[in-house]
Design a protein around this ligand. Structure first.
Ligand SMILES: [Zn+2]
Length: 302
């Protein structure tokens, strides 16, 4: 029967080295989650820094692509070795369920468990973000050791090159819990995607639709398009500044020196942390800017 071997574990525990030395069969396809993550970050245009919510989205996308390729290779008749961190039982359970639906395959997992001495050496050799204690803590706090109840046919522990078969007692209760967590997570992601798409659509529509332009200085307001506003000399997003970020919101007749932006950013040099002693009108302006572009669609109640 075809075989799928997961090789999992924390950073610098020797996954790649173990794979290179243990799976030399010609019919083996080796897939590494790291390659997929790099590819997704590239595609999404992230190089060095990634916002947290985007990182979660990218990792999920990489995981989905990884799973897709595992299944494709198995369908091609290959044996597959899959290198991944896979800390969480729920991720492994979700993978195994999908794979078993698509292919009749023997699924085993090798868990890298080096002794502290070897692991610390590995970490020192590579220039990594965290030190040994950091990774050790990550392992202790986050890593859930695999259990046969997750759907594996066999579980092995790899310690400094030696392989031991693990025969831990079954924990069937983890499966239901994992399914529930995955379901909730998928629902949350679906909702987030939907609201992000709606927000993007709204922001795009602000280029063409008429919306309220409020002059924070003289109090004038006009329901006009961005083009009209620009032609009349308004300072207003999307042509000038960005929705939701403090910059002048004023008509063509008023002066930038009288704007909230001027008071807070230019004169005070403060960031958004010290917005004390604002007048009621200034607070209204600030709130309106923070809630853009939604705050510009409907007529404000007087
Ligand atoms: Zn004005």
């Amino acid at each position: 029967m075809q075989k799928l071997s997961f090789v999992i574990g924390v950073t610098a525990t020797g996954k790649t080295y173990f794979i290179e030395n243990s799976f030399k069969d010609k019919n083996v396809e080796i897939l590494n989650i790291y390659d997929y993550q790099i590819k997704v970050y590239d595609e999404e245009g992230y190089n060095d820094s990634i916002p947290i919510d985007a990182e979660f989205r990218c990792l999920k996308k990489a995981n989905d692509m990884f799973l897709h390729d595992i299944i494709e290779k198995l369908k091609d008749g290959k044996n597959v070795v899959a290198e991944h961190t896979l800390y969480k039982a729920k991720r492994r359970i979700a993978y195994i369920e999908e794979i078993r639906k698509a292919a009749d395959v023997n699924i085993e997992v090798y868990v890298m468990c080096p002794t502290d001495i070897l692991w610390e050496e590995n970490i020192k050799k590579r220039k990594l973000l965290k030190d040994f204690n950091g990774y050790k803590r990550e392992y202790t706090e986050l890593f859930e050791f695999p259990n046969l109840s997750e759907g594996f046919d066999a579980i092995y522990e790899v310690s400094d090159g030696k392989v031991f078969k693990r025969e831990d007692p079954l924990k069937p209760e983890i499966v239901e819990k994992a399914r529930k967590e995955i379901k909730e997570e998928n629902e949350r992601i679906f909702k987030e995607n939907k609201s992000r798409m709606e927000k993007d659509k709204l922001i795009k529509s602000m280029n063409t639709r008429p919306f309220w332009h409020y002059c924070e200085v003289c109090g004038k307001k006009e329901f006009i398009t961005a083009q009209d506003a620009f032609d009349k000399g308004w300072d207003y997003p999307p042509r000038m500044g960005f929705f939701g970020l403090l910059s002048p919101r004023k008509c063509g007749k008023c002066s930038i020196n009288d704007t909230l932006y001027w008071k807070l950013i230019i004169e005070d040099g403060s960031s958004d942390s010290s917005y004390t002693d604002l007048t009621p009108d200034e607070l209204i302006t600030l709130r309106r800017i923070q809630e853009e572009p939604e705050s510009l669609i409907e007529t404000e109640e007087e």
